[in-house]
Design a protein around this ligand. Structure first.
Ligand code: BGC
Length: 486
């Protein structure tokens, strides 16, 4: 139920590209793009280079990143569950604005409200999932969030494919159907119980223990309960969560969380997720072909995420990220080469064979993202911060993620216009950098209980352990792990 927050996020990610490429919506809101598209003298790569159009996609992420700071407060003080409920309400109101939009302003206001929903949901849901999960399957369970993101994207691609034929209200229908995941999330938030960690953090110890017994299916929860109580005692000593996050001992988690988000977005995934129909259109595909190619990449995205659900707690996080690095790099270089040779400013006749090759390469790229950076970008930060910095850490994570999602959304069509095929070389260079980072700096967190990360991960890592030295605080943690103080 909780993971339906991902469904809503995914739907918002997936819906804008198709709507953008629907002529009926342009005619109304983006007259200049329509004019440009019909003029032959414009370069193929520049047909969609329009700030207003990009703003429609990107405004959501800008609002989302602002909302995360409020969401940090509500997840800590009101709990994970109520934060999800707030998200659901934002989503519902946003959908109403979008579905009923009479002008660009209503459209943007709607997107902003949806963005607030994303800010609250993406803060609460991954934390919720990591905290209720038994260690053994924490990765897999947390990835249900990402699985829902991909299902949301696919659902949006399918809807766009269907509604593009319904003129002139297709785009309106596309935007209104977001109401389904919005209602699901709201109902979900009404039914689920809060996490034991959050209940205990807010002083509701008995309730927390009862929930722990229920979700672990045993009465023998004393050790875990005590661990959470101790983590929460430490968390209460923290008066300024964000200032605390900047302290030296929190540096490893913070640096990793921030870099993972930047890297996730600089894989270039959202160039595909937001603008696949537009991109395929640029390559000379007809409108219909563009939209169903987006459906194909959407389906590959969902299926490949399942690979991650299955393997993340078996082969581990690092293995998935490193394998995907190689696969993403090669497919992006291949796309760049084909586009470089075949698509020039005024000729976009790819030919059938090459067109299929591009779609296959895009799918190869999407699949490797889907079992690595997609889910792990969200999983790793949610499981590495200690309770005292978890809410603040997660809100920085979401904020940075949405900031860079915004950057890609706002810049991609212009970058495509200026860099042309080399845009894919640009992304492949980033993939190289992030893979090297994973190789040397990202520790494996598979099968490590969430409140034992400091002892078993950070203090053991060749580089990060220097940040853990002479730190009283973690001597306390050390005792917990040795069982002495509890
Ligand atoms: C990312 C989104 C992206 C999606 C694609 C998520 O993990 O945060 O930006 O659109 O994956 O499946």
């Amino acid at each position: 139920m909780a993971a339906t927050g991902g469904l809503m996020f995914g739907y918002d990610v997936g819906i804008s590209g198709g709507v953008t490429s629907m002529t009926t919506s342009w005619a109304k809101f983006f007259p200049t793009v329509l004019k440009k598209k019909n003029e032959d003298k414009e370069s193929n790569y520049c047909k969609y280079d329009n700030q207003g159009l990009q703003l429609f996609t990107s405004s959501l992420y800008l609002a989302g990143l602002t909302a995360t700071f409020f969401a940090s407060y509500t997840t800590r003080r009101l709990g994970r569950r109520l934060t999800m409920l707030i998200a659901g309400v934002f989503f519902i109101v946003g959908v109403i604005f979008n579905g009923a939009a009479q002008n660009l302003a209503m459209l943007i206001v709607g997107r902003i409200l949806l963005g607030c929903g994303v800010g609250f949901a993406n803060q609460a849901v991954p934390l919720f999932l990591s905290e209720i999960a038994p260690t053994r399957i924490r990765g897999g369970l947390n990835i249900l969030f990402q699985l829902n993101v991909t299902i949301g994207i696919l659902f949006a691609n399918l809807v766009n494919y269907g509604t593009s034929k319904i003129t002139p209200v297709g785009w309106r229908l596309s935007l209104s159907l977001a109401g389904i995941p919005a209602v699901l999330l709201t109902l979900g938030a009404l039914f689920v119980t809060d996490t034991p960690n959050s209940l205990i953090e807010r002083g509701r110890l008995d309730e927390g223990k009862a929930v722990l017994k229920k979700i672990r299916g045993t009465d023998n929860v004393e050790p875990e309960f005590n661990e959470i109580v101790e983590a929460s005692r430490i968390a209460h000593e923290v008066k300024h969560p964000f200032r605390n996050l900047l302290q030296r001992r929190n540096r490893p988690q913070l640096v990793i969380a921030v870099l993972l988000q930047i890297f996730q977005q600089f894989t270039g995934i959202n160039a595909i997720m937001f603008y696949a129909p537009v991109l395929f259109n640029t390559l000379g595909f007809k409108n219909d072909a563009s939209l169903y190619s987006a459906v194909i990449t959407g389906a590959v995205n969902v299926l490949s995420t399942l690979v991650s659900v299955y393997s993340v707690d078996r082969v581990g996080r690092r293995m998935l990220l490193l394998e995907a690095g190689v696969q993403m790099f090669l497919s992006q270089v291949a796309i760049a080469v084909v586009l470089g040779i075949k698509v020039t400013d005024h000729s976009d006749d790819l030919g059938h064979g090459w067109a299929i090759m591009v779609v296959v390469m895009v799918c190869t790229f999407v699949s490797s993202f889907a079992w690595s950076w997609g889910p792990l970008g969200w999983l790793i930060p949610s499981e590495t911060f200690p309770l005292e910095t978890r809410s603040a850490g997660q809100s920085v994570t979401v904020c940075v993620n949405l900031l860079f999602t915004f950057v890609i959304a706002q810049a991609f069509l212009s970058m495509l216009c200026h860099l042309k095929y080399a845009i894919f070389v640009f992304f492949s260079a980033w993939v190289l950098v992030m893979s090297v980072f994973v190789l040397f700096f990202l520790p494996e967190t598979k099968n490590i209980p969430i409140e034992e990360m400091t002892e078993r991960v950070w203090k053991q890592h060749w580089f990060w352990k220097r940040y853990m030295e002479d730190d009283n605080h973690h001597i306390v943690n050390g005792k917990i792990n040795n069982g002495a103080s509890v």
